[in-house]
Design a protein around this ligand. Sequence first.
Ligand code: MOS
Length: 704
Amino acid sequence: MTTVAGADAVGVAHTRIEGRDKVTGAARYAAEIPFAELVHGWLVLSTVTRGRVRTIGDEAVLGMPGVLAVLHHGNAPRVRDDVVGALGRPDPIIEVFQHDRVPHAGWPVALVVAETSEQAREAADALVVEYDREPHDIAFRADHDGARPVQDDEVAKGDLEAQLAASEAVVDATYTTPEQHHSAMEPHAVTVCWDGGRLEVFDSNQGSKWIADDLAHLFSLDPSAVHVRSEHVGGAFGSKGLRSHHVAAVMAATELHRPVRISLTRRQVFAITGYRSPTTQRVRLGADAGGRLRAFGHDNLNLTSTLREFVEGSAGFGRTMYASDAHHSVNRVLPLDVPTPTWMRAPGEAPGSFAVESALDELAEKLGIDPIELRVRNEPAVGPVSGLPFSSRNLLGCFEEGARRFGWAGRDPRPRVRREGRWLIGTGVAAASFQAGAAPTTASATAETDGTFTVKVTAADVGTGARTALTLIAAEALEVAPDRVRVRIADSDFGHAWVAGGSMGTRSWGWAVSVAARQLRERLALFGSDLPKDGVTATADTADLIAALAQKERHAFGAQFAEAAVDVTTGEVRVRRMLGVFAAGRIINPLTARSQLVGGMTWGLSMALHEEAVRDDAFGEHIGADFAGYHFAANADVGEIEADWIDDPDPDDPVGIKGIGEIGIVGAAAAIASAVWHATGVRHRELPIRPDRVLLAEAARTDA
Ligand code: MOS
């Protein structure tokens, strides 16, 4: 029997190619790359929430040791204000030092540049900035009259009110999620050199070509004059797009003709790199006695800044999930004097699934139908709103496999009947879904004369293992062993590529890599063993292939299971077990894929029980914007978490990928909240389920 070389690349567990470099410290991150003549910038952030900068005391700090410059709105170079990049208009926070207005707390008002980082920080702390304060409004409330619907977002099918009125069982409940932060392990950092009319940027980002093109536009440079590299990234989760520190560093480098580095502190990461908006979501479900949905209503409100409309599109979740006679869903936004929120792992789906999947559990309770069975009865044949066919939809397969492994059968549906010592025990379940898309990308593959292969694609490995996955994909397509393939990523000179976002990174890059690699293999057949001295190269651009895809509902699916133990006398909730079973396309590297899914589920646990950023009404700033004050799940909070998948190759992707970056978090918090209900008989519709909320609910229950 002969095996094709490379056949054991995809689908077999491989450790990360750069893993050894990372754990030994050999891998250099953006703030670690050594430079001669390097100087350091320190951002000064506004201490008022709204108003204008009156004076900046730069004269006084310019005399401090090592200080080279203070950039601010009075002296900074002008940039263009009409940037619309590949991902739309960047957050106007990038138009840094262009005016004296302060639209929110933490707005960058100056950059101090000095010979050392310590000198820059010392001078930044000493810089006196005077403001004219204006009254601000940062209070997120559902009844705020500034709330407005998002344009062209509302989806309406059938008569929701009539169907609700005709329903046997109705759930009408409001769910809230708080402001949450990504705050990746590696704080945002950038180093910029301005050399002979060319910008060299060493960065930590989710897409180097994206950052390069936006910077070129902003500074009116030719795109070929901007070179961005981002070799290693210590986490991103949606937060690592173009930000004010990039722009400030470019300004300083072009003014001083020295390489400039800006590395944000943890507090600055919280303040200026984006976050997930709080949401308040009203869900209305109506069903007949058999559990068939007649009405599905979802009204979501999130906040945004006064600068830009960012939509945390929670109301989108249900549009692909359940069949219903009538469907109405809408996202609304409320502009406040806060920084602009941004994408954060499973934007929309993470909070949206908490509301919808919790409401379904409430409906199952009312109808006396098992929560999995309720989902089976509402499984749509086609997109419930779009009417489009699904490319593939294996949600029920996930529930079936998950129920078997979790031991769901025989569960007593009654709440508060299982007790172990001081603990009340409950189990819960929820569905997960995330869009499966692909976006145009270019890649090249070269056969070198030494028998190895070089693949180039402007991918970003933000900790996902993308570099390793792409190596396996290339090896499979080239029919060679993975150790003969060298994949180079995160260099804007490699050309246009999609970003590490929307769970579409590895799929989009992998598509281009597989096309280039297959073409190369065909071309190599024309050469003998003698390759030209530069080797043979094939390139691919997937734009036409992706444009030719038929319109379908394209999603990954999953089923989340959780077991919670609750001590109602202390308010403590422990998540003992979580199981996620996913139908999320072909799995390229089981080792890193499992890690990504478990990471998402852990984040879901954290969202359910811990995470909550609180702003002080008087100052508009966070209370506790650091890893001590922003509570998230640590090892001791996490029980047994298992993630697995069923076979579900995407029928329209050449490699079979759907994408797994985000789906792990979706539904996880709802499964836990339902497990807490099952344990205690109390429904928590406000996240996080803090001990004080458990105690208050218990007190109310006892009073009643
Ligand atoms: Mo991710 S939130 O799609 O960058």
